[in-house]
Design a protein around this ligand. Structure first.
Ligand code: AMP
Length: 219
């Protein structure tokens, strides 16, 4: 199974990724995580993108597409499939992805499109905390960890992403509306788009997703 998770920041793509990983055993490929890893390693790419990432701006199509191509072509753990989270974010990236997957004879099966209102998104992102070690997601009000700033799953430190502040969140939403939303139309034309509400609780999202994917199997 190969799919894309599309939607504004904070729509719940991370929770959706958890459900897909747990139920279908497919690998989560997040370009945001890959770019943050480059920054942590202080690689030449990491140094180059630091400012743009801090301000919520998009990284160039060339850099991000090259990272994804490298991953999809060389990672031997992708046999069961994968979900691309945060990629493609521009039409150019979507076209480059299609070209690569056609060459590999591995087309995308579907694109899960999650949406949520601006107030929901801003509240979710401002309160979001991420485990430095395992990437698990928490929220200071909606899903607090049992011990302050300690991950319930692995005991790692929880941190707040530097781009999860109100000013940067608003900029990321604006970039999403102008540049990434058209990618949903691109996939709708290919009849690959599946809509999932991002305003529901994770348990309801899980049920919706499993029902939709089972319906697709029996089509
Ligand atoms: P995310 O973790 O998906 O919210 O991404 C965090 C940041 O990484 C974004 O605000 C961008 O600066 C950068 N980024 C992630 N994916 C992409 C992409 N496909 N194209 C350009 N920039 C990206």
């Amino acid at each position: 199974m190969r799919c894309v998770l599309l939607g504004p920041p904070g729509a719940g793509k991370g929770s959706l990724a958890g459900v897909l990983k747990e139920n279908f055993g497919i690998v989560h490929i997040s370009t945001g995580d890959m770019l943050r890893e480059e920054m942590n390693k202080q690689s030449p790419i990491g140094i180059q993108i630091k400012e743009l990432m801090a301000h919520g701006s998009l990284i160039s199509d060339e850099i991000v597409t090259a990272l994804v191509k490298q991953k999809v072509r060389t990672d031997t753990n992708l046999a069961k499939g994968y979900m691309l989270d945060g990629f493609p974010r521009t039409i150019q990236q979507a076209v480059a992805l299609d070209r690569m997957l056609i060459k590999l004879r591995q087309p995308l099966n579907f694109v899960l499109y999650m949406d949520a209102g601006k107030d929901v998104i801003v509240n979710r992102l401002i309160g979001r905390r991420v485990c430095r070690q395992c990437g698990a997601l928490f929220h200071v009000k909606n899903k607090p960890s049992k011990k302050l700033n300690i991950c319930d799953l692995c005991g790692g430190d929880l941190y707040q992403r530097s781009d999860d502040n109100e000013e940067t969140i608003c900029k990321r939403i604006e970039i999403y509306e102008n540049t990434t939303k058209p990618v949903a139309d691109y996939y709708a034309k290919q009849e690959k788009l599946i809509h999932i509400s991002g305003e529901k609780e994770t348990a309801d999202v899980r049920n919706d997703l499993i029902r939709i994917l089972n319906e697709k199997k029996s089509d």
